[in-house]
Design a protein. Structure first.
Lengths: 187, 121
């Protein structure tokens, strides 16, 4: 009887426990008003099924496709919203706040926060970690005429993602670790 | 003389009803001719069994062709969706990498500035 009651208790608690677990997937708004003002908008919604389908059409012999295939391993979703405008200050920071507020929920850790007065570009990178493994990535980049939100769900490897520079037309920044000093040869 | 000729002609041209056997012979002849007469299109009639076989075969062939076309269309649609998904994945990762590089560039630029010019990060 006691075991039966315990089983019922845990069965009722299970949904609550699932609900309480941090969710790496963000609720991205439609931004329909901004989309109408934007000169260019990109909306990408790829769930696990679509990622698997895309993976089947990636050619392992092509370096770009092979790098992409490597990154896709362990991913459950990629969601992108990006809007480009033809004039400065066409969007408000409050438009992005609905997304930013979700990143203050438990589980999300801010990895990088950059503010550039020169280029007026702000980039925030958040990561969700569970069991010493990244389970989600959120990136918010706001520039005077463009803002981009990227949400990647799954085991994301930032190192592999960074190594994509040079692929996909992204220029290499040549950001290398400091070189060890060369030993002098005594004669 | 003319009266004799006239009466002879009248007697010869008097209509005479045909005998019963004539009618029957005529009907029998017409029926026989109809049996051997070729049809207007020149096609020989098939037996019911051959017709049923041809009908089944053509229906089966039509069904196979329809299934084949449907299968081909479905595969083509899946291929299009897969290629579109591939394009979107590449675009999404390209944009992500671009923004990561933007962050790295800002950090790199700030690390190369003199200490008094560095804004807080």
């Amino acid at each position: 009887m006691r075991n039966h009651i315990l089983r019922i208790f845990f069965a009722l608690m299970a949904p609550t426990l699932v609900w309480a677990a941090p969710n790496p997937r963000l609720a991205l708004p439609e931004f329909s008003a901004l989309a109408q003002k934007a000169t260019e908008s990109v909306t990408i919604t790829l769930d696990a099924a679509l990622l698997a389908m895309a993976g089947r059409f990636l050619n392992g012999n092509d370096p770009q496709d092979a790098a992409t295939k490597e990154i896709l391993k362990g991913l459950q979703g990629i969601y992108v919203r990006s809007y480009t405008f033809d004039k400065d200050a066409a969007y408000q920071q409050s438009d992005i706040d609905a997304v930013r507020n979700q990143l203050s929920a438990p589980g999300w850790n801010r990895l990088v926060e950059t503010r550039s007065r020169k280029s007026q570009a702000n980039v925030d990178i958040y990561i969700m970690v569970a069991n010493n493994q990244a389970t989600g990535l959120a990136l918010i980049a706001s520039e005077p005429r463009q803002f981009t939100i990227v949400n990647i769900v799954g085991a994301i490897d930032l190192d592999k993602l960074h190594k994509l520079e040079g692929q996909f037309g992204v220029p290499k920044l040549d950001i290398d670790a400091p070189k060890a000093p060369t030993p002098s040869i005594k004669k | 003389m003319s009266e004799d000729l006239e009466s002879q002609l009248r007697a010869a041209l008097t209509p005479v009803a045909p005998r019963d056997e004539f009618t029957q012979r005529l009907i029998a002849r017409v029926t026989a001719d109809k049996g051997t007469e070729p049809s207007a299109r020149g096609i020989r009639r098939r037996s019911p069994r051959a017709t049923a076989w041809w009908l089944s075969a053509s229906m089966a062939a039509s069904l196979l062709i329809a299934v084949g076309v449907q299968h081909y269309r479905q595969e083509r649609r899946e291929a299009e969706r897969g290629l579109e998904a591939r394009r979107e994945v590449i675009e999404a990762l390209r944009m992500t990498s671009q923004k990561l590089n933007l962050a790295y560039e800002v950090i790199k630029n700030q690390s190369s500035l003199p200490a008094e010019d560095k804004p807080g990060v």
